[in-house]
Design a protein around this ligand. Structure first.
Ligand SMILES: NC(=O)c1ccc[n+]([C@@H]2O[C@H](COP(=O)([O-])OP(=O)(O)OC[C@H]3O[C@@H](n4cnc5c(N)ncnc54)[C@H](O)[C@@H]3O)[C@@H](O)[C@H]2O)c1
Length: 459
């Protein structure tokens, strides 16, 4: 099949690469020429700068020029396309949480103008891989009709990848969800995904456009709500009731097959480009049809609160004063194995610390330093000048009075020895991911320790 992937971000680039592995002729298109030029080199560091996903470079290196092509000129690649996958950004409107379809509408109108002029009039399916509100595929159909595009179908094929393991999941997803109106469009997508149709493990689900769109929102909202349940209830029980051990609580509860282990590890909140915006969008979509959204609002609020509440606990429970302190923040990306900082908890905590008058922040992340420098560009906020970036956790800890562990990078598990070698007590460790198993020994040597899910421990 000839496939065009529009938008080479996390979703588009991974989708394009994995489709090319299966021998489709894939053209990845983006308006960002710089990205396209860098991806076209096939060089790991130029790809990782934009999308850092384990295994992705290898696929691109192997298929580039054979099955995978990059272009910023849609007209030159459109002839003969069977499917056009739309992997465009669909951000939130900050005012009401609704989905901002501005990018999407502008891009699809431009694409429609190009597709309309193609010589080859074979059927082409426009496939929404972006997460879009229920009803958007039908809205897409109207856009294409209004531009007089001929012989096309629309489909909804939501993406469920999790960053950090995107390639593994794209090669072996839990499910492939396809919403269409016409059998001929289902047929085209069965050809695209032929490796997954009738797979022994993968659920290949064919349904209506709207159901496919709804599946994505319900899934993400469910995941965030489950995380928020553990952070809002489980973690709080561990923090407020003496002798409750949160890890034992988690293991005891999730021993029941009906209760998921995933999401039960308490934390400093879930970030990333999707959870927050998708739940906000679903709340907006439900309110418009007069559905009570209290439960979803609560799960959103718990998650946002969790991103910064260790600061409050340090002040109220450990009597800590942040004014003029040097503070290290380790873990800037929203989770391990990615350089993506969209909606990362680190952003909220760093902004809050700066507001509390810290003297300096030493920041470290194994992959996300360059993203952090853009995120905290001092022209956006003069206080960002107080942030220094380091190549190792040890260097970042040097000279600080307190430390936040803010992501689940494996290297942070061994941090107690590094801390003890680098920073002398009094020193406060705030652990948003419960990464230090031997914290009791640290406390016996004079360090204070404050973790999500446990009472404050002071020497
Ligand atoms: N990132 C994830 O983990 C994830 C997972 C599942 C679903 N999604 C959804 O997939 C969609 C894309 O997410 P993403 O993380 O890949 O976004 P992204 O911001 O990383 O990438 C979007 C790309 O689209 C390009 N683009 C913008 N306008 C364009 C246009 N007019 N023509 C061509 N290209 C254009 C941008 O240059 C960018 O490269 C969103 O709807 C998101 O909610 C994301």
């Amino acid at each position: 099949m000839k496939i065009i992937v529009v938008g080479t971000g996390y979703v588009g680039l991974v989708h394009a690469a994995v489709c090319s592995e299966y021998g489709h002729e894939v053209y990845a298109y983006d308006i960002d020429e710089n990205k396209i030029n860098e991806f076209s080199t096939g060089q790991a560091e130029k790809i990782e700068k934009h999308v850092n996903e384990p295994g992705l470079n290898n696929i691109i290196r192997e298929t580039l020029g054979k099955y995978l092509f990059f272009s910023s000129d849609l007209e030159s690649i459109i002839e003969g396309a069977d499917a056009i996958f739309l992997c465009l950004p669909t951000p939130s409107n900050p005012v009401d949480g609704s989905t901002n379809l501005g990018f999407y509408d502008a891009a699809t109108a431009d694409i429609a103008e190009v597709v309309k002029k193609r010589k080859d009039k074979r059927r082409v399916v426009f496939v929404n891989k972006s997460t879009v509100p229920i009803g958007t595929a039908r809205h897409l159909k109207d856009i294409l009709d209004s531009h007089e595009v001929q012989n096309f179908g629309v489909a909804s094929n939501p993406e469920f990848l999790a960053e950090g393991t995107a390639v593994v999941q794209a090669r072996l997803p839990d499910r492939v969800v396809i919403g269409c109106e016409h059998e001929e469009d289902f047929k085209i997508l069965r050809m695209v995904y032929s490796q997954f149709v009738n797979h022994v493990r993968i659920k290949y689900i064919e349904t209506t456009l709207e159901t496919a769109e709804a599946i994505k929102y319900v899934a993400n909202t469910m995941l965030l709500t489950y995380i928020s349940f553990w952070n809002g209830v489980g973690a709080k029980i561990g923090e407020k009731f003496p002798n409750v051990k949160i890890d034992d609580l988690r293991i005891g509860v999730t021993a029941d097959d009906r209760i998921s282990t995933w999401g039960s590890f308490v934390s400093n909140g879930a970030g990333g480009s999707c959870f927050g915006k998708d739940i906000a969008s679903l709340i907006h979509q439900l309110r418009r049809v007069n559905v009570n959204t209290k439960m979803l609002e609560a799960s959103y609020e718990v998650n946002e609160y969790q991103k910064v509440y260790l600061i409050e606990r340090a002040i109220n429970e450990a009597g800590y004063k942040f004014n003029n302190k040097n503070v290290a923040v380790l873990g800037l990306a929203f989770k391990k194995h990615t350089n993506d900082m969209r909606d990362a908890s680190s952003i909220k905590v760093i902004e809050s610390l700066l507001g509390k008058g810290v003297a300096k922040i030493n920041a470290y992340d194994p992959l996300a330093i360059e993203t952090a420098k853009e995120t905290f560009e001092p022209s956006k906020n003069i206080l960002f000048e107080k942030i220094d970036y380091f190549q190792t956790a040890k260097e970042a800890i040097k000279g600080t009075d307190a430390l936040f562990i803010y992501s689940d990078c494996e290297e942070f598990r061994g941090l107690s020895r590094t801390i003890e070698e680098t920073a002398k007590p009094p020193y406060l460790v705030m652990d948003g991911r419960r990464m230090i198993p031997d914290f009791e020994e640290m406390i016996s040597r004079g360090y204070s320790y404050l973790a999500v899910g446990s009472m404050v421990m002071k020497p």
